[in-house]
Each structure stands twice: as C-alpha cells, then as structure tokens.
Design a protein around this ligand. Structure first.
Ligand code: AMP
Ligand code: ZN
Length: 467
C-alpha cells in the first residue's frame, strides 16, 4: 500500500505521515467546549478526524486517540453560573449529548476522553506551569500566571504571525482573541468571585484553556506525539499557545503533524446563533434527515475546503447512500453460480486502489467516494445485463464493505458494525475449534480474509486487524 500524505499546518506542506512508533499512531483531537450541544460545524471536524482514524486502522495502524472536553473556561463558567448549577453538572449534560451525537453519526470511540477538571489532569496542568516557571517562561501579575511570549523564540511558527511588533509584558486574559491581540497569555487565572477555582501548589485559581490541552495531551500521549487536530479557528491562538507551553516546558518538539479542518458554513453564511442557522444533530433528525445523510454530507467534501451545508445537500447525500445500499441488496440477490470473471476482479482491484490513492493524497474523501460510485455504476450495468455471477457479487460486495470501513455510512441500520460482526465470527471460530470442527474454523478465517481482515492467535486470545 502506498504512503499516506497529509498537509501539515506546521510549515504548510503536504508531507508523508509516519508515526514515531512503528505501527502506532498517537493523536489528539481538540474536543468540545461543553457549554452547549455541539453543532454540525463541530461535527464536521470530528467526522473528518473519524475518517482519518478509520483510514489509519484500514492501513493497519493501531490508533490511540485522545478527544478532550474543555469543561472549564470562560464560556462554561458563565453558562453554569447562569444555569445556577455546579460546573461539572452543567457540562456533563453536553458531554452526554456529544456521545449521543457521535453514536448517531457512527463516529468511532476515542481511546481517551479526558475532562480538564479531572483531578489527575489538573495536577498535570499545575506541574506544567511549575516547569515553565523553572525555565523562566512565566511571570505573575495580580495572582494570575502568564506565559512570557518573548521567552519563546519560536512563537508564531504554526500560525506564521509576526511577533516583532508585540510589546513585552502586555497581557491578555481571555481564552479567545485574535492575531491582532497576540501578547502574553494567561496560564493560570486568579480566583474571581463566583468562579470555580482550585487550591494548588501554584496558588488558587483555574487553568486557562490553552494550558488544558497541552497538559492532557502530554500526560496521555507523551511529550512528543504524532498528530494534533481541530478546526481552522484553533490554529491561533489555541494551538500556537499549546506549542509555546509544551515546548517551552520540555525543550522537545510537541507535535509532529498539525491537521486543521476547514469550516462548515450554512447556506453560504457563517453559522451563528444570532442568524438562527446553527443546527445540531437532533435539529436535523427532527426534520426527518437521517444521521447517515448528515455524516455523508460532512465527509463528502475534502476537509481543507469549506463545506456549504444545505438541505439540498442532505437530500443528495440520502440519495447517494440509497444508491449504494440498493446495490448491496441487489448483489445479495444474485443467483448465478460461478467464480468472479477476471474482468470483475480487475475492476474491483482497480477501484480499491483508486480509493486508497485518493485517501493517501491528503484524505481526499470526495475522490475516494468517486472511486466507489464508479464501481457501483459498473456493477449496476453487470446486474442489469444479468451477467453477474455469485463470485462477481462477492467481489463487489467485499470492495464496497472494505471502503465502507472508512466511510462508515452505507448499509447502516440493516447491519451490525464491522467490529460486532468480526467479534461474533471470532467467537464462532473459537467454539468451532473447541468442538474440533477445524473445517468450520478455517472457513471463518478465510471468510474474514476475503474481507481484508487477518486474525492473529495470541496466548491471550484472538486479535484482528485490517490488511
Ligand atoms: P469548540 O467547542 O468551539 O472548542 O469547538 C470544537 C471543535 O469544532 C474545534 O475543533 C473547532 O475548531 C471546531 N469547529 C467549530 N466551528 C466549526 C465549523 N463551523 N466548522 C468546522 N469545525 C468547527
Ligand atoms: Zn484544545
């Protein structure tokens, strides 16, 4: 299989993606600020990360993904105060909503979901500030601790901002600000009346947003890890500040590869509450759109291009899904005995290769979908002329299912997830072997092999991976 290449925001080039540890990718996805239910713009970023994650697995990598929850920042504190409930209780409802929406959109689970207010991560944040203090990157003012931007010469390398005109010692306390306001940023905020705060070794207060992700990322994935991602709005200041804090503290590169998903806009306009064009997943389900159509639309456009979300687009997505699902149904009805024709095997192989080439080329999902639809078109022609054999049908089905391990939108609702299906077959094989039915056990292994899944028997059980 060829090499995956991804655009790296750091430097701006398309680069081969190679994890530091062979066969194992460690990635961090900036998660929701949980002060309301995530909207479909947020989910464009999470779906694009899910496609990356699934494609890495398709290529045989083990993936360790962290998706955090920003459950303490200016917005969550303001929301909890307004609602008159404790911060963690207030944010929990939106965390629950996030998991519901991820399940509806068939987004695979990350390995870790840290919350910034979990004690172990608060401890990591405090330790990180202490390290920055030791290395001369901080100063205190009115009980808050700031990062001294001019102590870190690489500041600006991700967003390529010019820091020459910045005045030393001028500070910003807000979590979000623009490039024009680039200056020393807050690491640890002094307690304010009515705001949540913690008593710690660096004094009472609460973390700034940027500090949270640096600490959670390094605590779970190590001081240097492979990939860090979010929407384009996070390049500055969030990710720029994360680099300064992390590299300032460790002296090591923080992240090798930065990935940013372009914005989703709605009917040509920026999504915003005031325009009333901010939708979340249940809003669209209430309009009778299927979650799979939402997922399809979100992943159908190359992640570095803006995506214009329209209802017409959702309808087209539903039609596209139906086309593939109908094709799979028709394949199941083929009765003509016989092996696959060499032409079919060739066409199927070429389509899978085209799909892989497209995704290797900076996760070009629209080109990958085109490979799938051309294959479906060819298959439908063969079905109409009744020339298709059972062997051909198996070949087509196998290819569509393989591609769908990455897209995750077709045949949903009718079928179990791939994981469930494979686990079930592994269990069946185990039982077959226990009763010494080796023929059946081998048959199951071959069936999985044909679908691109290899089994590995280990002393602790059977593991599987995609070829
Ligand atoms: P937030 O909850 O604001 O921290 O955002 C969570 C994630 O969604 C971040 O990675 C944002 O960059 C991303 N995001 C926010 N709005 C959009 C949008 N309209 N399109 C794509 N991604 C977005
Ligand atoms: Zn973050």
């Amino acid at each position: 299989m060829s090499q995956l290449k991804l655009t790296n925001t750091l430097g701006g080039n398309v680069e081969p993606f190679e994890p530091l540890e062979e066969g194992h990718v460690r990635m961090y996805t900036c998660g929701l600020t949980v002060y309301n239910r995530g909207h479909i713009g947020n989910f464009r970023t999470y779906v694009s990360q899910d496609v990356l994650r699934r494609y890495l697995k398709y290529k045989g990598y083990r993936v360790t993904q962290v998706t955090n929850f920003t459950d303490v920042d200016d917005k969550t504190i303001a929301g909890a105060r307004k609602a008159g409930i404790p911060l963690r209780e207030y944010t929990q409802q939106y965390i629950d909503n996030f998991f519901e929406d991820c399940a509806a959109l068939n987004i695979e689970k990350s390995e870790y979901y840290p919350r910034a207010t979990d004690q172990e991560y608060l401890d990591a944040m405090v330790a990180l500030v202490q390290k920055l203090e030791e290395r001369g990157h901080t100063y205190e003012s009115d009980g808050s601790i700031y990062f001294k931007v001019d102590s870190f010469p690489d500041y600006g390398k991700l967003s390529r901002i010019d820091v020459a005109g910045m005045k030393a010692g001028v500070r910003v306390d807000a979590d979000e600000y623009t490039k024009e306001n680039a200056r020393d940023f807050v690491l640890w905020k002094a307690p304010k009346d009515g705001e949540d705060s913690w008593d710690t070794a660096i004094g009472p207060g609460r973390p700034g947003w940027h500090l949270e992700c640096s600490a959670m990322g390094m605590k779970i994935l190590g001081e240097t890890f492979d990939l860090h991602a979010g929407g384009v709005d996070l390049v500055f200041p969030h990710h720029e500040n994360e680099i300064a804090q992390s590299e300032g503290a460790t002296g090591k590169p923080f992240v090798r590869h930065w990935m940013h998903t372009e914005f989703l806009i709605v009917e040509g306009e920026k999504m915003s509450k005031s325009k009333g064009n901010q939708f979340n997943v249940p809003d669209l389900i209430a309009e009778n759109y299927s979650p799979m159509a939402i997922r399809y639309l979100l992943l159908s456009v190359y992640y570095r291009q803006q995506l214009n979300f329209t209802r017409e687009g959702l309808e087209q997505a539903a039609t596209a899904i139906r086309r593939v699902d109908d094709f799979l149904d028709r394949l199941g009805e083929v009765t003509r005995e016989g092996d696959a024709f060499p032409e079919t095997a060739q066409a199927v192989k070429a389509a899978v290769e085209r799909f892989e080439t497209a995704l290797d080329d900076d996760l070009n999902t629209s080109a990958a979908l085109a490979a799938l639809f051309d294959l479906v078109k060819g298959g439908n022609t063969a079905l109409s002329s009744s020339t298709m054999t059972k062997g051909d049908a198996e070949g087509f089905k196998g290819a569509v299912e393989r591609m769908n391990t990455v897209f995750g939108v077709f045949g949903q609702g009718k079928k179990m997830t791939l994981d469930d299906e494979v686990e079930k077959l592994i269990q069946e094989r185990k039982e077959a072997r226990a009763r010494r039915d080796f023929a059946r056990a081998d048959e199951i292994r071959d069936e999985l092999d044909a679908r691109g899944i290899v089994l590995e028997d280990t002393p602790t059980g059977t593991r599987w991976k995609q070829k």
